[in-house]
Design a binder for this molecule. Structure first.
Ligand SMILES: Nc1ncnc2c1ncn2[C@@H]1O[C@H](COP(=O)(O)OP(=O)(O)OP(=O)(O)O)[C@@H](O)[C@H]1O
Length: 243
């Protein structure tokens, strides 16, 4: 773990300029369901993840971890609280505005890479630039990024020609190509063996620091927490720093 003083879920109060470039959540609550049955998925969550920091979120099934990522990325609007990414308000009512903010500032990495079967690794990484607005088309060079994640010699392969760890590397490169401020990572090692899991989380920590990206990683894999700057535990929608 780094020696940098880590923020805590409960004690971080003042936001400095550097915080605002990452992810800041304050007093965030989210309920799912209807009048008959509601679930408090997030309960007054405070979280600051600074540029260059890899924060892990662990916790039992149903604790609210996916809900946290959904709200952080503007996929869901909280009932209460504020969420900013790179200083931008991710809770605005307009879904279209949130989508645009997400495309500009947020990258997602999923369990098994979530690659499109027909595309080569290089085309997977190019895709977000092609889909994005004009301002995003000048993101990182996809082939350079693939080289950074150790996939230079496999850029013309399709997902079925790659191992699980290699698919995950392509997924990470794809998420970084638009130069996001925040990377939201959901169980990146779920489909990997121990050695590959360590490689992938080390890569995430490296990319976070190298590119000054604030990374939030949900994981059940306690074995990889050693690479994280901060570890939070989520229980019943509440977030606390892990001891
Ligand atoms: N769309 C929904 N409608 C109703 N309840 C929901 C909905 N989505 C999630 N929930 C509930 O909200 C709570 C938090 O769910 P969430 O998916 O965020 O948990 P999690 O920690 O990611 O779980 P897991 O580790 O199993 O993926 C759970 O009780 C879940 O059943």
């Amino acid at each position: 773990m780094s020696s940098r003083p880590a923020p805590t879920a409960s004690t971080t109060t003042a936001d400095d300029a550097s915080d605002r470039l990452g992810l800041v959540m304050r007093g965030v609550s989210l309920r799912h369901g209807n009048a008959a049955e509601t679930v408090q998925a997030l309960d007054n969550v405070d979280l600051t993840v600074r540029p260059g920091e890899l924060a892990a979120v662990v916790g039992p099934s149903g604790a609210g971890k996916s809900s946290l990522l959904a709200v952080a990325g503007g996929l869901a609007r909280p009932d209460q609280g504020t969420v900013t990414v790179a200083g931008q308000d991710m809770t605005v009512p307009s879904r279209r505005t949130r989508t645009e903010l997400r495309r500009q500032h947020v990258g997602f990495v999923f369990q098994s890479g979530n690659l499109l079967p027909a595309l080569t690794a290089a085309d997977q990484v190019r895709l977000p630039l092609r889909l994005g607005s004009r301002s995003q088309r000048s993101g990182r060079d996809p082939l350079e990024l693939l080289a950074d994640v150790g996939m230079a010699d496999k850029s013309d392969r399709r997902p079925h020609q790659l191992s699980g760890g290699e698919r995950q590397r392509v997924g990470i490169a794809r998420a970084l190509v638009t130069e996001p401020s925040v990377l939201l990572v959901d169980e990146p090692t779920a489909a990997l063996d121990r050695a590959r899991s360590h490689e992938i989380v080390r890569l995430l920590a490296h990319e976070a620091r190298q590119r000054s990206v604030a990374v939030v990683m949900v994981t059940h894999d306690h074995d990889v927490l050693q690479y994280c700057d901060t570890v939070y535990e989520m229980v019943d929608g509440k977030l606390a720093t892990s001891s």
